[in-house]
Structure formats: C-alpha cells, structure tokens
Write a protein that binds this ligand. Structure first.
Ligand SMILES: *Cc1c(COP(=O)(O)O)cnc(C)c1O
Length: 399
C-alpha cells in the first residue's frame, strides 16, 4: 500500500495538483496569523463576517452552559433538542417554507436528499459545474446521471426531452462556488414544468448574501417553494457557524426524516451550535448594511481590476474568479501573492475542469476598501510577471 500511495502522491505533485493546508492561529477575519506573520486573506466564505460576531459567540457560550457540548446521539435517538427544533423553525421562516430540516454538513444534506428521493428508475440532471457533493449524491442514488453544459438551458432541455425516467430531478447550485455566476433559475423552472421534473437548488453561496433580505438566489428571481420545491443551504458560510439544512414542504421534510440515511445515521449537531446559528440568522436577516457594503466592495473590486486589465469571469457575487488555465500558472500566482502576504487560493482540477485552473477571490463585509486596493495592486504585478496580462492590451477582458 505504501508504495502505491506514494506513487499517487508523486503523480499529484508532478501535475501541480498537490494540496497542502495553511495552519493559522486566528478567528475568521481578513487578517490571518500564519507562523508569526500577518496575511491578508481573500479565501473565506464568511461573507458577512458573522463567524466572529460577538452576539453569536455569546449565544454559543451561554448555550454550552445549558446543553454542554456534544449532542450525544442522532436526531432520531436522543440527540434532538429544543435548540435544534427552534433553529429548524427559524430556517423555515427565513426561507419562507413550510419546514426545514437540519443536517450536520452541506455535503451530507446533498447526499441525503438525492439518495432519499431517487432510485435507479429515475434520472437526475446536474449542471456540469455543480458542487462535488451533488455529483457524489447523484452517483449514490443510482439514478441515471445527466450532466448538462454549464447554465446551457438548450442542452438541459435536450436531455430532459430524451429521458423516459419515472421521476426527473434537476439539480443546480444557486451561486456557482467556483465561478461566482448564478443559475438561470427562471428557465430551469419553466423546463421543469414542461417536462414534469422536480427542482433542487443548493444555495450554499447565495443565502445570506444575495437578495434584498439575504434569502439568496431564489429571492433574486422571486421564486417560492412552489417552483423550487427543494432548497438546500449551508450554515458554515455566510451564516458563519456550521451545518446545513433542507427546506421545503411538510411531506418532503417527513420523507427525509424517514429515508435520508445521512440524516438518520449520524450524530446530531451540538445543540449550542444550533443556538448560535439562530442568533446568526437573526442578524443576517436584518444585515442590510453589511450586504450593501459587501456589494459595494464587489463593484469596487471589479472596477479596480478592470483598470489594471485583470480579466475576471462575469460575477456580481462575492466570488470573483481569475481564470489562468494551467495549474502551474495558478499555483505560481497564488505563491507570488503569498510572498507578498496575501492569501488567495489556487483552485485546480478536479475541483474545476482541466485547463481552467484559477484564482478564487472571495470578498467579505469585513474587508476594507484599502485592502482591496492592496490586493489588486499585488495581483496586477504578479499577473504581469507571469505574462498573464500584457500591461497594455485590452484583449481578453471578460467583464
Ligand atoms: C460548501 C458547499 C457545500 C458543502 O457544505 P458543507 O457544510 O461545507 O459540507 C455544498 N454545496 C456547495 C455549493 C458548497 O459550496
């Protein structure tokens, strides 16, 4: 085994795909301490700065006094407390749905939903750039798996019209985690109606951030439970805590409680985390100023990048992407930024398709404009030094 694993690792290294972890000492914050040095980070999904919010921290501390730490068992045995029950009600209200069900992580929520709803007689239609957990979930369900070209509604329609599966489920990210763009939900809903398909949206990166009250991608398009019966959201990103949920009809939620194996066969979240999440949700719901400021920062970043002739994928979400192509190139730029005490991760295959390695910059309401100036200045210099921008030509700008 050792020599086989070593050969796998060597191969990864040769392809510039080897991953390693930064070890830092700090709360989620734009300034991270790594080995005694301060780094300015643009890679957290803590979009609203709630991961270190004093009220959320206090809620966690107080709830720990009441509930202790561990939940002790799964939800169906003895792990389900009033704290979990309250958070589920808060999430249902926040998403304007009949009910919500907590899962321990987003990965597990996706596995649980798709494998509970579909069998080998059914078909699942997945955007090619859907999150890895959705792909794994579709495989686990054993339904026929169809992947459509990213946001290509003609391709989706073609696949739907050629399917004779018993049940059809269309699955998409709301905001795409490695692109920053948004699914064409209005067309998806129309196609679902036309071909009698169900729709599931994973809005891990939309909730809390997009829409006037932070209800995510669905709020942008004014879509409700009727059009999008299955909504999945995570609690470890904009809400700054941990865990995930699915929201939808009473019948959907009861079905998941009975049949979602990643719900049934796992320990419930610590109850104090549920209390902290309720506190965070209450803040997120009225965090209009934080959201407006975040969107101002996004526009500011794009404007500064444009001035420096840095090509960005089209995106008005906090996820901003510089595609570089080669994994080596992406790693080189990320490394150059690191040398200048700026943290931006290189995203490489298999997380993104081969030949589209990229820098993923995430912005947060805890960033300041001066920090964006700093990022853009160093980024432009690093891109110039590897020849990724020419310094004068305007070609290749995708704004
Ligand atoms: C992060 C993420 C998940 C997984 O959520 P976790 O709670 O981190 O397991 C699922 N889907 C998308 C789109 C994500 O970005």
């Amino acid at each position: 085994m050792q020599s086989y694993l070593k050969s796998l690792l060597e191969q990864r290294q040769q392809q510039a795909l080897y991953r390693s972890r930064y070890v830092h000492h700090t709360a989620q914050n734009p300034l991270l301490q790594i080995a005694g040095q301060t780094y300015l980070a643009f890679c957290s999904n803590d979009y609203l700065g709630l991961a270190h919010d004093p009220q959320v921290k206090l809620a966690l501390q107080q709830a720990t006094e009441i509930y202790g730490v561990g939940s002790g068992a799964s939800h169906l045995i003895s792990g389900h407390t009033v704290a979990h029950q309250q958070l589920e009600q808060d999430l249902a209200r926040y998403t304007q749905r009949e009910r919500a069900l907590l899962f321990s992580t987003g990965y597990m929520a996706n596995l649980g939903v798709i494998s509970a709803l579909l069998t080998r007689h059914d078909a699942v239609f997945l955007d090619k750039l859907c999150h890895a957990s959705l792909v794994d979930a579709a495989l686990l369900s054993r339904a026929q798996l169809h992947r459509y070209v990213h946001n290509d509604m003609q391709n989706l329609e073609y696949l739907l019209s050629h399917s004779s599966a018993l049940h059809k489920l269309i699955v998409t990210d709301g905001v795409f985690s490695m692109e920053g763009d948004i699914a064409d939900l209005l067309t998806i809903v129309q196609l679902a109606k036309k071909y009698d398909a169900w729709v599931m949206v994973d809005d891990a990166h939309g909730l809390g951030v997009m829409g006037e009250t932070g209800r995510g991608s669905l709020e942008l398009f004014h879509l409700t439970q009727k059009e999008i019966p299955i909504l999945m959201g995570t609690l470890g990103k904009a809400f700054g805590v941990f865990g995930a949920f699915v929201a939808g009809s009473e019948v959907l939620i009861e079905t998941l409680i009975q049949f979602a194996r990643s719900y049934v066969y796992t320990t419930a979240l610590p109850p104090a985390l549920a209390v902290a999440t309720s506190a965070s949700l209450a803040i997120a719901q009225v965090a209009h100023e934080r959201r407006m400021y975040l969107h101002e920062l996004i526009a500011y970043f794009r404007q500064c990048a444009l001035q420096q002739q840095i090509s960005l994928l089209p995106s008005f979400t906090p996820i901003q992407i510089v595609v570089l192509g080669d994994a080596e190139k992406a790693v080189a730029v990320s490394h150059a930024l690191y040398q200048e005490k700026i943290l931006v991760t290189a995203i490489r295959p298999p997380t993104v398709p081969a030949g589209t390695a990229r820098l993923r910059i995430t912005l947060s309401a805890s960033h300041q404009k001066g920090q964006i100036d700093q990022l853009v200045e160093v980024l432009a210099r690093s891109l110039l030094s590897i020849g990724a921008i020419s310094g004068s030509s305007k070609t290749g700008i995708l704004i």
